[in-house]
Design a protein around this ligand. Sequence first.
Ligand code: G1P
Length: 291
Amino acid sequence: MTTSIKTAVLPIAGIGTRFLPATKAVPKEMLPIVDRPLIQYAIDEAVEAGINNFVFVVGDHNQGILETHFGTVKNLEKTLKERGKQNELEIISATSKGINSLDFVTQDEPLGLGHAVWCARDYIKNSPFAVILPDDLVQAKPGCMAQMVDVFNNHGGNIVAVEDVPREQTNKYGILDVSNDDGRIATAKGLVEKPNPADAPSTLSIIGRYILDPEVLKYLELKQKGAGNEIQLTDAIAATINTVEFRGLRFSGRRFDCGSKSGFVLANAAFALARGDIDPDFAQMLKSLVK
Ligand code: G1P
C-alpha cells in the first residue's frame, strides 16, 4: 500500500501492573498472543499499511528487550543454522521485516498518552503520522491501520478507529460527540476522554489507532492536563476539531482489549483459532472447556 503516512508512534512506556507478576521481568507489549509478542502484531499491521518508520516511546524497563526482539540475536541464529532450522531462521529474521527505521525516545514521567506522543515530536516533523496502542489488538483483513490509511488517502484529516461500547464502559475510553454518522464513518463536534456513563455524549469509543495531523502537537505542547490529571491525546484532537477534519472509522474486524486479562486470554483463543498450524483439534478442545 502506498501512503503518505510513513511514521508510527507506539507509546509503550507503561509498566503493565495488571499483568504482574508476568510483567515483573517481561514488558507487557512482549507478552505473546499464541507465539508472537503483542508489539509484533502492531508493527506488522503498520507495515501492511505502508508505514516503515517507527518511534517507540519507552521507559527504562523495556528498551533493551525491544532492541533484542527487533535486532539480530547472533547466538540464536548460529544455533539454528547449525541445526538446519531454516523455517525458524526465517521466523526470527521476519520480526524486523518492513522496518526502515526504529527509534526510541524515553518518557521519563507517566504524564499521559498525549505526553507520550509529544515525546516523539522530533521524529514526526511536519507530516501526518500514525499512533498505535499495542494493547488494542485488532483481528481484521485488511488490517485496521490499512483500512484507516485508505480513508486518509481519500479524505486526509485526523482519523481514529472507533467502535460502540456498552454505556457503562464509556469511562474507559475517549468518546465521540457525534454530529454525523453514515454507519461506517462518523464525524464529531467534540471528543471527551473517559466520561461518566450518565454524561457520555454517545457510546462511540476510540480504540488505540490514530492517524493524526501534526497540528495536534501544538496543543500537546501546552501540556494541559485533562481527565485523570493526565495530558490526553483525546483533548488535543478535540482542540483541533474545527481546523483539522475529524473522522471516526468503524473498522471491520474484531478488537481485543489486551490490557485486560479476559481480553488477552480471549485474543489468544481467537488468534489460535484463526491459525492453520495449531492443533487441528483446538476448536474442539475449547468447546469442551466451556461445556
Ligand atoms: C487510551 C485513550 C482513550 C482510548 C483508549 C483506547 O486510554 O486515552 O481515549 O479510548 O486508549 O484503548 P487508556 O486505555 O490508555 O487509558
